[in-house]
Design a protein around this ligand. Sequence first.
Ligand SMILES: Nc1ncnc2c1ncn2[C@@H]1O[C@H](COP(=O)(O)OP(=O)(O)OP(=O)(O)O)[C@@H](O)[C@H]1O
Ligand SMILES: [Mg+2]
Length: 230
Amino acid sequence: MLLLKDLTYHPAATPLAILKDINLELAPQQLGLVIGASGSGKSTLLEVLAGLAQKSAGKILWRDQELSPDQLQQLAGLVFQFPERHFCGHTLLEELRLGHPELNKERIDQALAAVGLGHLPLTTSPRSLSGGQQRRLALAVQLIRQPYLLLLDEPTAGLDWSMRQQVINLLTQLKKQWTLLVVSHEPGEMVSLADRCWTLNHGELATVDPSIFVPPHQRIAAQVELGGVS
Ligand SMILES: Nc1ncnc2c1ncn2[C@@H]1O[C@H](COP(=O)(O)OP(=O)(O)OP(=O)(O)O)[C@@H](O)[C@H]1O
Ligand SMILES: [Mg+2]
């Protein structure tokens, strides 16, 4: 269980806090969705949770234990916005092993299989993959470290409909095993997967019911998927 208590991030250089007294609770195997406009603080929130930026006040707890940035780096895996722009391996194998030369073939095969790329030769160039495949590879790069918490920054941005479906289907699968926190500037299709939903407005988080974003024709399908209609 991830618990944020009055989390504030206010770097000295900025006149106003970027994240203000954020309270949030996310259980294992849940997908939380934070929706906010550009500049509302979404990426900053993920950076703080990934241990890449140091909070100014408040608490970040995992299973009732307060975590330091170092511990957060171990716990969480952050997939950046447009992760394919950061690929630097020449092959899938290189990309997955970056910073982890000790990883054995089994772990690599497992991570690729988990994102539906198990059929590709390890010599494939990441750049030769489709947009949806590249996003899935970026997820595999994090999954291979076996984080408890997956943090995803705009995972479907810039993808066409069918590639977005690939990513949504994958997140549906990953949710069964991991805790996922997704940030996005619009509710989009991600809302149908969300167990918890919040809006972020100038660094202030507010809870919303995800069903308000789901178009009426999709509501029944989403309820059936969640086991809500008998
Ligand atoms: N290290 C920093 N120092 C000063 N200001 C920062 C820093 N990081 C982010 N900001 C500011 O904090 C605010 C939130 O930025 P952030 O990147 O988190 O927004 P976002 O919601 O992810 O936006 P987008 O949808 O465009 O990606 C912005 O006003 C930004 O200029
Ligand atoms: Mg951002």
